[in-house]
Write a protein that binds this ligand. Structure first.
Ligand SMILES: Nc1ncnc2c1ncn2[C@@H]1O[C@H](COP(=O)(O)OP(=O)(O)OP(=O)(O)O)[C@@H](O)[C@H]1O
Ligand SMILES: [Mg+2]
Length: 238
């Protein structure tokens, strides 16, 4: 069976006219440029090709919040992994802030951050320890990084007292928030969020949604996400 991404339903979630004026001058170099991107996997002993991404092109401007929608198996996560250099592409071109993901992989790694439901953490270590580790990987000073992480997590409803205990003692939703905080430590950045709010309660989904918009405005972040947090259901009271 061949799975084909027939269509990436693209939805510019935010009107660019609402973006900060300061980014207008930088609009020529897109945050993400994708041209005729194709990726296939060879599966099984017979190495049968499965086309996961088929001739996708898109251009995302700096400061944009961009949603990628598609059915299960349509290639959303594969796209995100291609953008974040975790997979090699078969044909086409991907550039992040003008840097080719294949030829300038290290430069691209420095300006992208990916959050996915399978966020990789040292589960025996605390959020503080995990975030300090990430900060050092990105060449940041631990102290300002820690202060920033505390601020972001407080904003997402996780108090400082929770940050010293092993991550494995946190619920999945809480771990997801730590993953989001980790991704937001650096700026400017291209944030790649693969189902960032899966597993979060409706209130937290809304928090993350508001927070992502704030990040765009305050951290010069460009955001690509698969699926978009839904508004919590209305509760009717007698
Ligand atoms: N490592 C892999 N090896 C083989 N096939 C893969 C691999 N990763 C993904 N695929 C296939 O590529 C296609 C796209 O998968 P992908 O995970 O990108 O879809 P998705 O849109 O993220 O789905 P979901 O909504 O379920 O998360 C599927 O047919 C999947 O089986
Ligand atoms: Mg997926």
């Amino acid at each position: 069976m061949t799975t084909v991404l027939e269509q990436v339903n693209r939805q510019a979630v935010t009107d660019l006219a609402a973006s900060p004026a300061s980014i207008e001058g930088a609009a020529e170099v897109p945050a993400l440029l994708v041209e005729h991107l194709t990726k296939r996997f060879l599966v099984g002993r017979k190495r049968k090709p499965v086309i996961a991404v088929n001739d996708v092109s898109l251009r995302i401007r700096r400061g944009e919040i961009y949603g990628i929608l598609g059915a299960n198996g349509s290639g959303k996560s594969t796209l995100i992994r291609l953008f974040s250099t975790l997979l090699t592409l078969d044909s086409g071109r991907v550039e992040v802030f003008g840097h080719d993901v294949q030829r300038e992989e290290m430069t691209v790694k420095r300006v992208i951050n990916r959050v996915s439901v399978d966020a990789a953490f040292f589960k025996k270590l605390s959020p503080h320890e995990n975030l300090s580790y990430a900060a050092r990987l990105y060449g940041m000073d631990a102290r300002p990084a820690k202060a920033e992480a505390i601020r972001i997590l407080a904003r997402l409803g996780i108090g400082e007292s929770r940050l010293g205990r092993p991550l494995e003692q946190m619920s999945r939703g809480m771990q997801q928030k730590v993953a989001i905080a980790r991704a937001l430590l650096t700026s400017p950045t291209l944030l790649l969020l693969d189902e960032p709010t899966t597993g979060l309660d409706p209130r937290s989904k809304l928090d993350v949604q508001t927070f992502i918009e704030e990040m765009r405005d305050t951290h010069d972040a460009t955001i690509v996400l698969t699926t978009w947090p839904r508004t919590p259901p209305t509760v009717s009271r007698p």
